[in-house]
Design a binder for this molecule. Structure first.
Ligand code: CP
Length: 302
């Protein structure tokens, strides 16, 4: 992991996931450490973000490092026509590590190929969100006591949701059974189902939410990704397709935890927030410890 970019969850092995989770649990016990003293981390966000950017910045601040960057491409020289390559080469001069979110699929891989310092992909279009995936693994392991042999329901926008794509790939190392719960328009793409077929991992496809989460250990809700739709009318048809409510959780397993990468729009009723099975705000907190671990491993400090 040292000095290597993290662009896709495929860049790490199963052992490397587990090593990140081990280090993250150390940071959870002791989040304030001065190991980034003298280091500068750049956060280049060409797309909006609350959790990813702020949890990275919180992670760096708690480790004694400094942050530079922008939160909107319009406030950078990209607005004047500067290329991604020139932006990356310039920021190479100012920092030790770049965290980048960009709307174009493949942009993070391209940035990692032109950069002299490691790039962490903080989301590239509908493609990958590997640091979200690692914090999701951390949340699953912490709440279930294991990552092995779990029944996981992925719900909502399985077509454009990059978090579910990364999570499917990572969890495929731990013999899960998946329920894919989505309308026809937003089904899990075939390439991911083929990957599961190749590994002999079981999955079911459903369209009804309430009927199909009763035996799940994890229900992973997702937002319908409005920004990825070409036709606004298509978005209108599916935007409120699933709304998780407390009564749907009545006959579910005691150990069930509801995850959501957030932001939420309407897909989880706010009454569910008080349910002991709701875990999405704790999941967002786990993002700080997990990102501390990722930064420390990439910079060779742990
Ligand atoms: N989970 C996630 O990526 O949230 P943000 O878009 O707020 O960063």
């Amino acid at each position: 992991m040292k000095n290597k970019s993290l662009v896709s969850i495929n860049d790490y092995s199963k052992d490397e996931y587990l090593e990140i989770l081990r280090v993250a649990s150390e940071f959870e016990k002791e989040p304030i450490q001065d190991i980034l003293k003298g280091k500068v981390i750049a956060t280049l966000f060409f797309e909006p973000s609350t959790r990813t950017r702020l949890s990275f910045e919180s992670a760096v601040n708690r480790l004694g490092g400094r942050i530079i960057g922008f939160t909107d491409a319009a406030s950078s020289s990209v607005k004047k026509g500067e290329s991604l390559k020139d932006t990356i080469l310039t920021v190479n001069n100012y920092s030790d590590l770049i965290v980048m979110r960009h709307p174009l699929e493949g942009s993070a891989r391209y940035a990692s190929e032109v950069s002299n310092i490691p790039i962490i992909n903080a989301g590239d279009g509908a493609n990958q969100h590997p640091t979200q995936c690692l914090l999701d693994l951390y949340s699953i392991q912490k709440t279930q006591g294991t990552l092995e042999n779990l029944k996981i329901s992925l719900v909502g926008d399985l077509k454009y949701g990059r978090t579910v794509h990364s999570l499917l790939i990572a969890m495929s190392h731990f013999n899960p059974t998946f329920n894919f719960i989505a309308p026809d328009e937003l089904k899990m793409p075939n390439e991911y189902k083929m990957l599961l077929d190749k590994k002999g991992i079981k999955y079911n496809e459903y369209s009804n939410l309430a009927e199909n989460i009763k035996d799940s250990d994890i229900v992973y809700m997702t937002r319908v990704q409005q920004e990825r739709f070409v036709d606004p009318l298509e978005y209108e048809k599916v935007k409120n397709i699933y709304i998780l409510k407390n009564n749907m959780l009545e006959d579910t397993l005691d150990n069930l935890k509801i995850l959501h990468p957030l932001p939420r729009v309407n897909e989880i009723d706010v009454d569910v927030d008080k349910n002991k099975k709701a875990y999405y705000f704790e999941q967002a907190l786990n993002g700080v410890f997990t990102r501390q671990a990722i930064i420390a491993k990439i910079l060779g400090l742990k």
